[in-house]
Ligand binder design. Sequence first.
Ligand code: ZN
Ligand code: ZN
Length: 168
Amino acid sequence: MLLFDDEHSKNLLTVRLHKYSIPVTESGCLIWCGWVNKFGYGKISVMDKGRWVHRVAYEIEHGPIPSGLDIDHLCRVRCCVNPNHLEAVTRRTNLLRGDTVTSAHAQQTMCKRGHFLEGENLRIENKPGGLKARQCRECDRLRRRVRYRRKKVVSNGKRGFEIMDVVV
Ligand SMILES: [Zn+2]
Ligand SMILES: [Zn+2]
């Protein structure tokens, strides 16, 4: 299903997508800095509905995703929205690819945004109950750099907020 019905809404969506994304020069990944779930997949709101941001990025660049196909991240960074890192594949191919030793290894050594969790970049955080969590300093920095400005809006008679700006 196409997520925008005309060029104008496509352009607005493209602008929003890029506003909340930061390129990683070494890998070419375009990292989504908006909301991500615990598995690292990002969402963007399109006409009041949360949509997977990598699928939106794919459709903006390549057109509608054929029904029944999944979008696979060739770079294995789940919050990457660089359309050149995305490929429409059958679910079977996606599951097979995701099951490789490389991807299992990648999950241990990288944070959910794809930064290497080692050396200077690794910060161990003490959690209640003596638990420890591996945190990423690069993500700490991103979080500090990204500030949302919200504007009150009324659309279709509904009150809500729209994210207006990110100060980077
Ligand atoms: Zn990527
Ligand atoms: Zn990180």
